[in-house]
Design a protein around this ligand. Structure first.
Ligand code: LMR
Length: 345
């Protein structure tokens, strides 16, 4: 006897299969994998050089990974202040930071403070030779035992001094309370000038200047302007005595756990962002200085060559004094880079 499947049963089977396929192909099953989120926390304003570079990286990273990576930027210490952000990175609460090189001491990597030595870079070429050469790479490697990978160096620029009294000679600093970043080298720099350095988070500086908790500070013009410090400082001196730059750093576990293609794409985006960051820093600071001048709120003095001789005489002994902290060998390697460009120390 010929056995035949009733038409009705066949139809219901077909329907069931179609339904199963549709269910599997539902938005949930077909949904794209969740994007990888990079939380990038920083302490400056979005329109400061670092803020602009962070935004540039976000745009490159998201475009080039076609949305597989999302970079969330948290500027202005919105998430964490200076010291906290380092801890947050190590704990994996954020994945990317670009702290100033003056802020690695509390992490136990004190060698970065060499960048804070007064007049350590006789020219931009020397700076670049250090940050883009083997010395810079070896310094970034020191972060790895701390669970951190250093990707790049970004410039801000050279610092100006500010206070509510003119700062033309080293004597003018005597007794002034100066806000500093957490660097022992910067501490020594201000002590050499007879000032009283006080470590303070960047987000607290404006208020501290306003209320007189501190009398003055140092920063490149871009940071001064974007934090509105011109409202609370009457005098500034273009001294270019010290450098302010950043190390872009990531949580090591997060970074090495990324799919290879994503990591490589992000590394390329970072190389390009670094080029951008270092190309805009000088002009951003020039424009900021002009804006501070135009505000009419700060009287600006530029050191003359004769002033400079006096300032250098007061500040250069800090190199020798801090040799033990930053490492003599490292210091000599910086001098050797300068010598390649014809500068003697
Ligand atoms: C400061 O604390 O003065 C600067 O390091 C802030 C910054 O990140 O530029």
């Amino acid at each position: 006897m010929k056995y035949s499947i009733p038409r009705f049963t066949l139809l219901s089977c077909l329907l069931a299969v179609v339904l199963a396929v549709l269910t599997l192909a539902s938005p949930l099953a077909l949904a794209e994998p969740k994007p990888i989120v990079i939380k990038f926390s920083h302490v400056v304003a979005p329109d400061a050089p670092k803020g602009k570079a962070a935004a540039y990286f976000k745009s490159l990273a998201e475009d080039r990974t076609k949305g597989r990576v999302v970079v969330e930027i948290y500027p202005n210490s919105q998430l964490y202040k200076d010291k906290e952000e380092m801890e947050a990175l190590q704990l994996g609460a954020v994945q990317m930071l670009a702290p100033s090189l003056a802020k690695f001491g509390p992490l136990g990597v004190k060698e970065f403070e060499i960048f804070d030595l007064p007049y350590i870079f006789p020219s931009k070429d020397v700076l670049r030779a250090v940050t883009e050469g083997p010395i810079g790479r070896a310094l970034l490697k020191k972060l790895e035992p701390k669970g951190i990978i250093g990707l790049s160096y970004w410039d801000n620029g050279f610092k100006i001094m500010s206070a509510n009294r003119p700062l033309r000679t080293p004597e003018d600093f005597r007794g002034l309370k100066m806000r500093i970043q957490s660097s022992k080298v910067i501490d020594a720099q201000f002590r050499a000038l007879g000032a009283l350095p006080q470590v303070m988070a960047f987000s607290e500086v404006y208020q501290a200047l306003l209320t007189g908790v501190v009398d003055g500070t140092e920063n490149p013009p871009s940071n001064m302007l974007t934090q509105k410090m011109e409202e609370v400082q009457k005098f500034a001196t273009i001294s270019n005595h010290g450098y302010l730059g950043y190390a872009v750093i990531v949580n090591r576990k997060f970074w090495s756990g990324l799919p290879d293609d994503i990591r490589e794409t992000l590394e390329d985006a970072m190389i390009e962002t670094t080029r951008y960051a270092n190309a805009i820093a000088q002009s951003e600071n020039d424009v900021a200085l002009e804006a501070i001048k135009a505000s009419g709120m700060v009287e600006i003095y530029t050191l003359t060559p004769a002033d400079l001789v006096v300032w250098r005489k007061a500040l250069l002994p800090v190199h020798h004094e801090m040799e033990g902290r930053v490492g003599k060998e490292l210091l000599d390697s910086f001098y050797a880079e300068a010598a390649k460009f014809g500068f003697k120390n």
